[in-house]
Design a protein around this ligand. Structure first.
Ligand code: FES
Ligand code: FES
Length: 155
């Protein structure tokens, strides 16, 4: 058994230690918001926060997360209220097929925890591990940049 916290709840799973965290989240815990794209660490679709750091869950053996705290896309909204990044993706048209969206959103949450008003370049760097085949990125970057509103001090 491996025990860890997911979105604030303690969970125990019966899984071989080398099983991918991605599969445990999706198949054992029913958290299908975390997507699989490449399955080899290139696309970021499977991104989750592991003790606050962005990781590709397709590369993380579940045995490594014993005692850790995981945050997935399902843990972002609070009491039915979207996280500001989610609301901004909706407002600015940052999502199309949605395969990349959960990973992009978590990468953005991680970035914005440190800097609520990033420049376009900082957004590009913060999301550089997340690929999108649909949107051409500009709407996504705009959604992330404006998640906490325009920077009143910029200019
Ligand atoms: S599915 Fe994990 S990085 Fe692509
Ligand atoms: S919205 Fe389709 S891959 Fe990004």
């Amino acid at each position: 058994m491996v025990t860890f916290t997911v979105n604030g709840e303690q969970r125990s799973v019966d899984a071989p230690p080398m099983e991918r965290l991605l599969d445990v989240l999706r198949h054992q815990l029913g958290l299908t918001g975390t997507k699989e794209g490449c399955g080899e660490g290139e696309c970021g679709a499977c991104s989750v926060l592991l003790d606050g750091e962005l990781v590709n869950s397709c590369l993380v053996p579940v045995g490594q997360v014993a005692g850790a705290s995981i945050r997935t896309i399902e843990g972002l909204a609070i009491a039915g209220e979207m996280h500001p990044v989610q609301a901004s993706f909706l407002k600015h048209g940052g999502a199309q097929c949605g395969i990349c969206t959960p990973g992009m959103t978590l990468a953005a949450v991680r970035l914005l925890e440190h800097n609520q008003h990033p420049s376009l370049q900082e957004v590009r760097e913060g999301l550089s591990g997340n690929l999108c085949r649909c949107t051409g990125y500009m709407r996504i970057f705009e959604a992330v940049r404006l998640a906490y509103g325009p920077d009143e001090g910029a200019g």
